[in-house]
Design a protein around this ligand. Structure first.
Ligand code: ATP
Ligand code: MG
Length: 446
């Protein structure tokens, strides 16, 4: 089998060869090339030591990415290539960082330290594929399998458990039975991994074509309980409500799969009903209710996202969507929709409609989207007509009010808001003279 290596990566291999060193592309790029997926980056491994590489590549821009670990980055026309000396990793006493890194001249040793067989294949045009651990078979059989003993390999670096689930979700592969059982057995150790690294893997799981597969596997392996215990409480939580034919977790998985590949929507879908178990009550007719679960859900979502160190922008957007996912549009009029746009923000309003559509699909059929469609139509009209939405869009401001004799102070805000209310209903009123005379009338009544 031949892999099409990009010219720049090939050039690096040639330079290594020229100096009598081996060079291979390795890991994700080989796996993805075999699969016909576009590799994200081209990693290279070599028996050349880092100090020597600095010399060989001195006519290029070189970034000493992790010299101690044998890695440096060569930049060719803005494109970065990581080159790493073959190494053996030893003694992970904390399950996170190798105690020491030892270099080797043996490619097989370097492949042996890699996490999964499908990631432990090297290639160069001279030798073809080097597949010491039958990664190609596992690719054909769609299997994620640790290189070597899974208990030992996860024990060295617990993040690998989450990577296993992530690759399974991305590639639609199954975990090999021993690999699966090892994750199950060691899942509680995931708490030893930094929150940032957990977050990055979770994001990748959420941004796959069918995110529910990865989330279900997190649950089946026991990892979910340690990463997002609040969601684990939704598993098998019966709703006892005629609008729902699925438990909270099952419903959540449907909603998740019916949203587009956008991290904010996917996180919101994952957590939109997360407070349901906490807010559950049952009435005299044995029907379940979840009063205020959207408000409580907003708080829980914030706790989770802060814990996993998400950025504020993401946190704010997800909070808004969780809080507003229960907004109903039985009576839509321009003022209601404009107030909604103001609460949710232009960058999130379409996300909200999408989440709400998915929420309906996750409920019991028949699925009626008509009120959301009406709301969306009105929203699009408001936006295309560039209708005023907030106090900022009014044709007058506080200074104009002061000029006509209204005292500085809270009256200004009250009047501007009252004017906005009228303009939201009727955009034609947004003219300076009209607003001034209207302001005088409102002031007189204050
Ligand atoms: P992606 O498409 O996400 O980049 P990748 O396989 O390239 O997938 P990277 O995190 O970029 O993953 O790592 C590159 C290679 O390094 C992997 O293919 C694997 O061989 C090895 N590797 C990465 N992380 C680990 C780890 N935690 N333990 C062992 N080997 C690892
Ligand atoms: Mg990679």
């Amino acid at each position: 089998m031949k892999i099409q290596i990009p010219d720049k990566a090939n050039k690096i291999l040639e330079i290594l060869n020229l100096h009598n060193y081996d060079g291979y592309v390795v890991g994700g790029c080989v796996r993805d090339s075999i699969l016909g997926r576009k590799p994200r980056d081209w990693d290279i491994c070599t028996n050349c030591r880092p100090e020597k590489m600095m010399e060989i590549f001195k006519s290029f821009k070189v970034i000493p990415t992790g010299l101690k670990h044998g890695t440096l980055t060569v930049v060719i026309d803005e494109e970065q290539f990581e080159i790493t000396t073959y190494r053996i990793e030893e003694a992970y006493t904390d399950g996170r960082h190798p105690e020491k890194v030892e270099f080797t001249n043996n490619l097989r040793e370097d492949l042996k330290r890699r996490d999964f067989t499908i990631n432990a294949i090297a290639y160069n045009p001279k030798d073809g594929l080097v597949d010491c651990f039958n990664g190609i078979d596992d690719i054909s059989n769609k299997i994620i399998r640790c290189v070597g003993n899974p208990i030992e390999r996860f024990g060295e670096d617990y993040l690998r458990m989450l990577r296993a689930v992530r690759f399974s979700g991305q590639l639609k592969y199954k975990l090999h039975s021993e690999t699966f059982l090892a994750v199950k057995r060691l899942s509680n150790n995931i708490i030893k991994i930094s929150k940032e690294r957990i977050r990055e893997e979770l994001n990748k799981i959420l941004l796959t074509e069918k995110p529910s597969d990865g989330i279900r596997l997190l649950n089946d392996t026991g990892l979910l309980k340690y990463i997002m215990p609040e969601l684990e409480k939704c598993v098998n939580f019966k709703q006892m409500n005629p609008h729902h034919d699925k438990d909270v977790f099952e419903h959540t998985m449907y909603v998740l799969d019916n949203t587009g590949e956008d991290l904010v929507i996917r996180l919101s879908a994952l957590m939109h009903d997360i407070a349901k178990p906490l807010c559950f009550s049952i009435d005299e007719k044995e029907i379940g209710h979840f009063y205020s679960h959207h408000m409580k859900g907003m708080d829980i979502a914030e706790d989770i996202l802060r814990r996993l160190k998400y950025d504020n922008k993401t946190i704010e957007a997800v909070k808004i969507l969780v809080k507003e996912h229960m907004a109903r549009y039985d009576k839509v009029n321009p003022r209601i929709i404009k107030r909604l746009i103001n609460r949710v923000g232009l960058e999130n309003i379409e996300r909200l409609f999408e989440l709400q559509m998915a929420d309906i699909i996750g409920g019991k059929a028949p699925h009626d989207f008509s009120s959301i469609e009406k709301a969306k139509e009105l929203y699009l009209k408001i936006i295309t007509e560039n209708q005023p939405l907030s106090v900022k869009d009014l044709e007058i401001n506080g200074y104009d009010l002061i000029k006509i004799g209204i005292p500085k102070g809270k009256e200004i805000g009250i009047i501007l808001n009252a004017l906005l209310d009228e303009v939201l209903e009727n955009p034609e009123l947004n003219k300076k003279e009209v607003l001034i005379s209207e302001a005088k009338l409102i002031f007189a009544k204050l």
